[in-house]
Design a protein around this ligand. Structure first.
Ligand SMILES: Nc1ncnc2c1ncn2[C@@H]1O[C@H](COP(=O)(O)OP(=O)(O)O)[C@@H](O)[C@H]1O
Ligand SMILES: [Mg+2]
Length: 401
């Protein structure tokens, strides 16, 4: 796909500054904003509510829903470039913005592969990328037939609208096939049709993440591949580079991710979630086209963070160096636990580990909710993981810290 042309500021700002619009007010927008401040870029936010993570800290906030056609279009018209905190803006709205000449980055044709897992699977298969066996199932009987053909358990997913494991089911046998179809209605994604995608259950030994960033003019960079741990569908830890992976294998996986980004014409950050089997082979799990939880380590562990490179990419500025700042980087998510006063709890964490890095998202603590993350750097995997787990555990109220 041809790269979109470089866009100059359209906004009437007398300082001639770019205005980047971010749709979605979560922590990713908050951290993109932080990166944009250093570049002198104005950021405008479309958020659901003023108390959302990014809306709390940004000066230019429009309150409105990403599912409200008129609100999204009006927001886009006021920005030089529009980008995203999540992938749930209806694809039709994005196409309409593009038809009006608004720079949407990533563009609708690329982003749909992160919005719709069925579209992604079809494209990856056509491009010869490694995928588990998969099939769109029009009803429970099709899911039974898929399981009987490929073996139980199977994974069932909603094609759209899922996140953090919501919309993914491990189906152990024919008597469990109804649940995904029953739950589908609760995951409406605007007016977009949702389908059930069946996937072969991949008995992976670990999950990996390959993060790349691509600009409209086609420049791209790849971060070192991370090992990721997901628990109940939520990322809890990343270790970078993935322990035990050879440099050659690192390069092959980075190359695969760069190839996907180039073929799809991605602009900005793209994360390729992968599952690695015991023989070292990998299959693609899903794509995300925005800064990703598995890339939070880059804020302190890379010379240029995923957030800084995302902002550079959407403005078509040359991308920054993605290389590591330490031999081992571990990020642990802080999920809501028994500690309400997270900032107060830093007293202990910082006293214990003076090289600890912490990002807190300003979100009210609720059980299991992503409220922050910690990053530790070092040279010994076990030691760095222990430090990160201790700090995150303390902030979650675990007494093993
Ligand atoms: N085909 C599969 N086989 C085994 N486990 C899977 C499969 N697909 C997904 N999973 C597990 O479910 C998690 C969530 O699935 P994913 O499609 O990434 O959903 P989400 O959009 O919620 O992140 C994955 O990180 C992985 O642990
Ligand atoms: Mg996922």
């Amino acid at each position: 796909m041809a790269p979109t042309s470089v866009q100059r500021p359209r906004s009437a700002d007398p300082r001639g500054q770019y205005r980047v619009g971010i749709i979605g007010g979560g922590q990713l927008a908050r951290m993109m904003h932080q990166a944009a401040i250093s570049l002198g870029v104005d950021v405008r936010l479309l958020a659901d509510a003023p108390d959302e993570s990014a809306a709390q800290v940004m000066g230019d906030v429009q309150i409105g829903s990403h599912l409200d056609h008129d609100a999204v279009l009006a927001f886009g018209r006021d920005c030089d470039v529009v980008t995203f905190d999540h992938e749930h803006v209806p694809t039709d709205f994005l196409r309409e913005m593009e038809a009006e000449g608004i720079a949407v980055r990533p563009g609708a044709e690329a982003l749909v592969h992160a919005q719709d897992k069925a579209v992604m699977r079809a494209r990856a298969a056509a491009d010869g990328q490694p995928c588990p066996a998969w099939e769109i199932c029009g009803g429970p009987e099709k899911l039974v037939a898929f399981g009987n053909r490929h073996g139980w358990p199977v994974i069932a997913k909603t094609s759209r609208g899922g996140y953090d494991g919501k919309g993914v089911w491990k189906v152990n046998g024919p008597d469990e096939v109804a649940e995904p179809f029953d739950a589908m209605g609760g995951l409406a994604d605007g007016d977009q049709p949702i389908q059930i995608l069946a996937e072969e259950f991949v008995d992976f030994t670990r999950e990996l993440s390959a993060i790349v960033v691509r600009s409209p003019s086609g420049q791209a960079v790849a971060y070192p591949v991370s090992e990721t741990i997901q628990r109940d569908g939520i990322c809890v830890e990343t270790t970078t580079p993935a322990p035990g992976m050879s440099d050659e294998r690192q390069c092959e996986i980075q190359q695969m991710a760069l190839d996907i980004a180039g073929r799809l014409g991605v602009v900005g950050v793209m994360a390729v979630e992968l599952m690695e089997r015991a023989d070292g082979s990998v299959v693609i799990n899903e794509l995300a086209m925005r800064p990703h939880n598995t890339g939070h380590w880059t804020i302190h562990g890379s010379r240029t963070s995923q957030f800084a490179n995302h902002i550079r990419a959407v403005l078509d500025l040359p991308l920054g160096d993605p290389s590591l700042t330490a031999p081992v980087v571990v990020m642990d998510n802080v999920l809501g636990g028994s500690v309400q006063d997270l900032t107060g709890a830093l007293q202990h964490c910082f006293a214990r580990d003076r090289s600890l890095h912490v990002e807190l998202y300003g979100k009210q603590v609720r059980p299991g909710r992503k409220v922050g993350h910690v990053t530790c750097l070092g040279s010994d995997v076990a030691d760095v993981q222990r430090r990160a787990r201790d700090a995150a555990g303390y902030l979650m109220g675990r007494d093993n810290a």
